[in-house]
Design a protein around this ligand. Sequence first.
Ligand SMILES: Nc1ncnc2c1ncn2[C@@H]1O[C@H](COP(=O)(O)OP(=O)(O)OP(=O)(O)O)[C@@H](O)[C@H]1O
Length: 360
Amino acid sequence: MIEFRDVGKRFADGTVGLESLSLTAREGEITVLVGPSGCGKTTSLRTVNRMVEPTSGAVYLAGRDVAQGDPADLRRGIGYVIQQAGLFPHRRVIDNVATVPVLQGLSRREARARAAEVLERVGLDAALAQRWPAQLSGGQQQRVGVARALAGDAPVLLMDEPFSAVDPVVRVELQDELLRLQADLGKTILFVTHDIDEAIRLGDRVAVLRVGGRLAQFAPPDELLAHPVDDFVAGFVGRDRGYRRLGFVPATALRLVDLPTRADANGDSGTPGEWTVLLDGSERPAAWLGPDGARHDLGSVYVTDGDDAAADAAGTLRGALDAALSSPAGRGVAVDGAGRYRGGVDTDDVLALLDRGAPR
Ligand SMILES: Nc1ncnc2c1ncn2[C@@H]1O[C@H](COP(=O)(O)OP(=O)(O)OP(=O)(O)O)[C@@H](O)[C@H]1O
């Protein structure tokens, strides 16, 4: 648990980075700090590992004031990931990751073994371990950054815009990866971003800050979207928040309908006369066959019981609505966690659930 108690920071030139921040990041959760540029997100984060010393108030980590004791000891117990990974350019990937275990007293050999383990954990091929950071893509560098922060096995991770330097597709992959890791590891994570979508996707709880590090609202994502406390927060979370919030509403009451299906064995399936789902040999939907026999893309599918925590809209009204609206047939295709055909999603059924007031 990380607790900020009335933390203020006035820099030497008189700039107020933080006025008085009070909030608690719970153990085992991802707490996201989000807000416009200059609102004090990075400053807040850095008061935790004492890269910034507050001018008033205090930060408590697991009940202890971080100002007491040696900052170097403190930092060894805290993983830190920054934008553009901050890798040491003159150390190979494996030695970048082994840095903290070495500082913790492991032999170089043990530290490298530990590093190899964590690199695998974040989805990096062992072949990359001997490269220099400059020989990696931006996304790979960020993964190494995460691996390095995990290698010390610290219970607390500070992540400062760790994914903002990569393109949107890789960014979503990295977010998925973090959620997957977190489901296993249960770290206490403080995550800074200026991207509200990222905040909502990753945060168990999200703190929206305004300039001066003043807390505008601190709440779980669904509550933030449903009940923004004021115009600032409402403006920040955006106008499409009703739609976003569907991503948190389980579609348990949605019943699936039967769709015509056909095996996609020969490619040429004739003219069905109505929209028909083509299934591959493993019962997975491959495409739609139009009434005139032409093939069409499936559109997005609705995952009914995806067991992957990272599957964004698994089993939610948003997933159901996306599937129904993106399908050329006017009805969406539902699959199970393994991608096998389960049934169809009727747009009217989804809209009826929305009308019944499930989401606000
Ligand atoms: N060392 C410093 N000296 C003076 N002012 C500083 C210093 N570091 C940060 N500030 C100021 O403190 C305020 C908060 O900065 P901070 O970096 O915490 O904001 P941020 O929310 O992380 O912004 P961004 O999203 O742009 O990174 C800003 O006005 C910034 O200019």
